[in-house]
Ligand binder design. Structure first.
Ligand code: FPP
Length: 275
């Protein structure tokens, strides 16, 4: 039976979607958006031109993910290292771009039923940016479709440090440290991503084979898809190509082929067997 093509997809996307199994879509896709600088350099443009072009890719990817009903999409927009190691002019530009994106996109997000969230050490961002972020988060908080999470001033190691501190503090508040219980569940509950299931699929653009301190705990069992496409050239159709690749993998969670005993294996996407 042919899958019903969701509204809002263009011809190429519809074609790519028709090859997918709509019952086996990932519940959460995380994306490391990379290659803005290289895209700009190839065109003899300043790096910021790559970031500006990357915004079109963000719009296209978010729209496609929402149209096909992906429950959660997380975008690595700005790492803690970017914040500390890039020239102030580039950081300022990225902050301004984020504010522009939030201002222009909230109406579309509401139309598409997208809820906005953030992860990272948000309190270290400029107060005016935090205000705009909070405004956009509140304005979309009633939406029930795709949860779009932007990772801003994010580092996975910092997230773990913050989670362990939060675990200890909450035990101290609730009867003392003798009540401190640390297991996988409690760590997950204290991560910035407590509102999300772990990603099933992580996509990295521009061909680099690294996780770059992104969701290190949450990506434990994720399928990794690396595409040579530079982020400013990435569109919804490339997201669908990544999902197609994901659907070819067999997720075993450390078990044997066909083993359905892992709690996440209920929505595994077995089609062909790979190790
Ligand atoms: C990596 O490319 C990209 C970033 C550090 C910033 C990502 C930002 C955007 C895609 C636009 C803004 C997004 C939102 C959500 C407002 P790079 O500069 O490291 O590229 P390079 O490795 O080729 O130098």
């Amino acid at each position: 039976m042919r899958a019903t093509i969701p509204a809002g997809l263009d011809r190429k996307e519809a074609e790519a979607y028709s090859r997918l199994d709509p019952e086996q879509l990932p519940k959460h896709i995380a994306i490391i958006m990379d290659g803005n600088g290289r895209w700009a350099r190839k065109r003899h443009l300043p790096r910021i031109a790559g970031h500006r072009a990357g915004l079109t890719s963000v719009r296209s990817t978010v729209e496609t993910a929402s149209s096909i009903g992906i429950p959660a999409l997380t975008l690595y927009a700005f790492s803690e290292e970017n914040w500390k190691k890039r020239p102030k002019s580039e950081v300022d530009f990225l902050m301004a771009l984020l504010c522009r994106y939030l201002k222009s996109e909230v109406a579309t997000m509401n139309k598409q039923n997208i809820r906005l969230e953030y992860i990272g050490r948000l309190h270290e961002l400029p107060p005016s940016v935090q205000d705009k972020m909070e405004w956009a988060r509140k304005a979309t908080s009633q939406n029930t479709g795709t949860v779009l999470t932007l990772a801003l001033n994010y580092s996975a190691r910092t997230e773990l440090v913050d989670a362990f501190r939060s675990l200890v503090e909450s035990a101290a508040r609730n009867g003392g440290l003798e009540h401190l219980e640390i297991d996988e569940e409690s760590v997950s509950r204290h991560l910035y991503t407590r509102h999300l299931p772990d990603p099933d699929l992580v996509i990295r653009t521009s061909g680099e084979m690294r996780l770059s301190n992104f969701l290190l705990w949450q990506l434990a069992y994720a399928e990794i898809y690396v595409t040579p496409t530079l982020w400013p050239e990435f569109r919804g159709v490339h997201l669908l190509e990544g999902i197609a690749e994901y659907q070819k993998r067999e997720r075993r969670y450390g078990g044997l082929s066909g083993d359905a005993s892992h709690p996440h294996a209920a929505h595994k996407s077995a089609k062909t067997s790979r190790s």
